[in-house]
Every structure is written in structure tokens, then in C-alpha cells.
Ligand binder design. Structure first.
Ligand SMILES: [Fe+2]
Ligand SMILES: [Fe+2]
Length: 190
């Protein structure tokens, strides 16, 4: 049984509520998608992968210079999984796959991999995407809008499951509307 409280504290210490609640939302969304798609999953694998898929983006795990955060996170999770009492090598392999391919369309075979990737994509679309990018770039709205446009494009392209597409559709519309209205309201000055 995973120590959820300890995992949540770990994420909170690394990246505040931004990181913690992204991880928690990922898990909530992944479970909704699993139910709609009738996909079986292992509770520990899905939970652990959702919680730690972005871990390399945060110090002290963050490497210097440019890096592929999914690839780097995949290198970190085996030791971390052991730390949290996951000893089954098969489970660890699946966690590594889910983390490694969480931003690589169509890659990996496990249900958990597809669930994490599609859930992560849904969580970067809609009002939540606006909040995430503006909070990250709180003193540079030009950068926030550029990031938002890129995320809209990149994460829409990662949606594979029909249920994820259905869930994302209104989010994408809201995000497109936001971008249009924001441009108008600000006269392009932001
Ligand atoms: Fe990520
Ligand atoms: Fe993520």
C-alpha cells in the first residue's frame, strides 16, 4: 500500500501546490478515462506514475541545461519507487514506461502509460491551462500567452483515447475563446 500522505508531502516540498495538485488531478482524470474506456490498471502503478511523472522538472532532481523532462524523470522513478516500497520489477518497468512516454504520442504498450499521457494532456487544456501558464510566467504575460498557444497545440496532439478527446473538446474551445478575447481586450498589449 503506497503512503499517499508521504508522496503528497514530497510533491508539495518540491513544487508547491502547483505540482502537487497537477499530480492529483492527473490521477483523477486518468481514473475517469479508465472507467470510460473500460481499461484495467494497477492502482500503485497509476498512482505512482501520475504523482511523479514530472519529477525531474524540480530541484534537486532537475538537471542543468536543456533536458527531456520525461526521459529524466524515467531515470529517477526506479529508485524512488523502491523508496516508497514498490519492489515488484514488473511494476517498476511499467512505471518507467508510463513516465518516459507521458509526452510521446503513441509510445508504450501499458494501459497505465496511455492513461497518464492522456490525463496529463487534458490537464493542460482549458481554464486550468490559462491558470498554469499565467502563474508560471506571472511577470511576463507575453511569454504566458506564447506558452499557452504552444501547450494548446502540443497537448491537443497527444490526445489518443476517445474519452480524452471528448473531455478535452470543451476545454480546447474555452482556451481558444480565451486567447481570442484576451487579444481583443488588451489590444494586443500584454
Ligand atoms: Fe510532463
Ligand atoms: Fe505533467
Amino acid at each position: 500500500m503506497l503512503n499517499l500522505e508521504k508522496m503528497q508531502k514530497h510533491l508539495l516540498d518540491l513544487g508547491g501546490t502547483y505540482m502537487l495538485n497537477h499530480a492529483r488531478r492527473c490521477l483523477v482524470i486518468a481514473k475517469i478515462l479508465a472507467e470510460k474506456e473500460n481499461l484495467k490498471y494497477d492502482e500503485d502503478i497509476l498512482t505512482f506514475s501520475c504523482y511523479f511523472h514530472d519529477i525531474s522538472a524540480y530541484k534537486p532532481y532537475r538537471p542543468d541545461g536543456a533536458f527531456d523532462h520525461a526521459e529524466e524523470s524515467a531515470k529517477i522513478v526506479p529508485a524512488l519507487a523502491a523508496e516508497y516500497g514498490i519492489t515488484d520489477t514488473g511494476k517498476i518497468e511499467t512505471i518507467v514506461e508510463a513516465v518516459r512516454y507521458h509526452d510521446k504520442r503513441g509510445m508504450g504498450l501499458a494501459n497505465e502509460t496511455r492513461l497518464v499521457r492522456n490525463a496529463d494532456a487534458v490537464d493542460y487544456l482549458g481554464y486550468i491551462a490559462v491558470a498554469r501558464d499565467f502563474s508560471k510566467q506571472h511577470s511576463d504575460m507575453t511569454k504566458a500567452v506564447a506558452a499557452l498557444k504552444k501547450h494548446l497545440n502540443d497537448f491537443s496532439a497527444l490526445l489518443e483515447l476517445d474519452s480524452a478527446k471528448v473531455m478535452a473538446e470543451p476545454r480546447i474551445k474555452k482556451l481558444e475563446l480565451f486567447l481570442r478575447e484576451f487579444e481583443q481586450e488588451t489590444f494586443g498589449l500584454y
